[in-house]
Each structure stands twice: as C-alpha cells, then as structure tokens.
Design a protein around this ligand. Structure first.
Ligand code: CO
Length: 160
C-alpha cells in the first residue's frame, strides 16, 4: 500500500489537461493501485490522477459497489439533469450544489487494455462526470450553483 499526496486547490497542476494513456505499463498499474489506497485513506468516492500530481487520464471510483479503475474514460451519452451536493478531496471542508446528468454511458480501458462500456446512474454517474472534469482541469466549484463551507453545511457528503 502506498499513499500519494493529494494536491489541493490552488496547485496549478489541477488546472492542466491530462494526457491520454497509450501504454498500460506497470507504472500506470502502480499509479492506479496507489490512487485507490489514497482515495480509501481519505474516505473519498473517487480520485483522478492529476489530484496526485500525475497528468494522465486515469481515474478510480468506489461509490460503495467496488473499485472501478478507468483509463482514458470518455462519456459517449448522457441524459437527464439532477442537482446534488458534491465535494472534492482537493477542496477540503467545502461542498457545493452541482447539476450533473442523471445517466451517463462511458467508454474506458480497463487495466488489461480492454475497452469497456459502463452505464451509470445516480452517485456513480456523478462521480464519473466529476473525475473526468479533473482530467480536463475543471473543478466542481467552476460549475457549482452554490457552495458551502463545512461549517454552514453539516450534511454528510461524498468526496470525490
Ligand atoms: Co474532485
């Protein structure tokens, strides 16, 4: 198990666009494993590689249904719209109301380089959209209708 340092808002790396992964080598597999450890340690539901300082299109998500590792994820279709609170491990003690699609269809590569399709709804769909935004240098606060500091908003919120 290896933990990596989570980059916080204000770190310029969070605003850069991540590059596609062309070869899934051991370095990428170790990165994904470390990201899972780091996400779990921080009690998050998702983490994107730029959040640990690596500008590669890799994401890990666990909304309580098991870990999913997504390489080069791409949203093919989305439908519906729902406003919910979300948070981010890179923006501690804050959350905000963000409109996201209710349902997304995403294409990605798994660790073995196989193309996978996933249809997601609810929190999983939200997490996928949030993490893919990270790969493009976008933070949820860019899209939030309203943000709250944790002092103002005491609801338990999933962190991504
Ligand atoms: Co985040």
């Amino acid at each position: 198990m290896a933990l990596r340092e989570i980059r916080l808002e204000g770190d310029p790396i969070l605003r850069k666009k991540s590059k596609e992964i062309s070869i899934i080598n051991d370095r990428i597999k170790i990165l994904l494993d470390d990201m899972v450890d780091t996400m779990n340690e921080a009690n998050g539901v998702g983490l994107a590689a730029p959040q640990v300082g690596i500008l590669r299109r890799a994401v890990v998500i666990d909304v309580g249904e098991g870990v999913i590792k997504l390489i080069n994820p791409e949203i093919l279709e989305s439908s519906g719209a729902i406003i919910e609170l979300e948070g981010c491990l890179s923006i501690p003690n804050q959350n905000g109301k963000v409109e996201r699609p209710e349902e997304v269809k995403v294409k990605y590569l798994d660790e073995n380089g196989e193309t996978k399709m996933l249809e997601a709804t609810g929190l999983l769909a939200r997490a996928i959209c949030h993490e893919i935004d990270h790969l493009d240098g976008v933070l949820y606060t860019d899209k939030a209708i309203e943000t709250f500091s944790s002092e103002e908003e005491t609801n338990v919120v999933e962190k991504e």
